[in-house]
Design a binder for this molecule. Structure first.
Ligand SMILES: [Zn+2]
Length: 213
């Protein structure tokens, strides 16, 4: 026989012990308790004693819902944009690795937390997405804005100026047309390229310059 401790009338958090219920499989005494919310529950004595059971479950539900309601934005598209940004930067497989991790594209430390992100970028206007102004740089207040696909395309095309043997072009497409080659050739000549593990530096007199900073 285990010890019998009278607990009637004792209070554990929101729970008021009413009467002995019996014992559970572990042969621990169980008690019928009235929660402050009005619900009757049966709790094991050891859980009451340790503080594990402090309500019928309503306390935990309230805390959880308070956490998710704190910023009240979890369902907004802004939140989704933030969540997806983090996914892209930290996803360990697929194209994301190639497009983000391998290029060192990450989000700034502050943006680990949604509220900081929201403070910096604000609500997401319809038909926009989170756009990096300089595609070579990561996600930060300075380098991000909400752009429509059209704005973004313009942005990326014109984020660099292209310099080829003393001539300057506003876009690589302009350079390609002027020189009668493909845009890929312009990119390769100005940026260099790794082909079959061997690095080919940019051609002499060929380079591109970021317009932003
Ligand atoms: Zn309750």
């Amino acid at each position: 026989m285990g010890r019998f401790i009278k607990r009637e009338g004792q209070r554990f958090g929101r729970l008021l012990v009413i009467k002995r219920a019996g014992s559970n499989k572990q042969k621990t005494a169980t008690w019928e308790c009235l929660c402050d919310c009005g619900k009757m529950v049966v709790m094991a004595a050891n859980n009451l004693q340790s503080g594990n059971s402090r309500s019928c479950g309503c306390l935990q539900r309230e805390l959880t819902s308070a956490r998710s309601k704190r910023h009240g934005l979890t369902k907004t598209t802004c939140y989704n944009a933030w969540f997806n940004m983090k996914q892209r930067c930290t996803n360990a497989k697929g194209d994301d690795v190639k497009n983000y991790q391998n290029r060192g594209i990450m989000y700034c430390k502050e943006w680990e937390h949604f509220l900081n992100f929201y403070r910096d970028v604000g609500d997401k206007p319809a038909n926009t997405y989170l756009d990096r102004i300089d595609n070579e740089k990561g996600y930060s207040k300075e380098n991000c804005k909400w752009s429509t696909p059209a704005e973004s395309a313009l942005n990326k095309r014109s984020s660099k100026t292209w310099h080829i043997l003393g001539q300057q072009f506003p876009t690589s497409k302009d350079a390609a047309i002027a020189l009668g080659v493909s845009e890929a050739v312009i990119h390769r000549r100005c940026k260099g390229k790794v082909i079959r593990g061997k690095y080919h530096p940019p051609y002499e007199g060929h380079y591109c310059v970021l317009k932003y900073r």
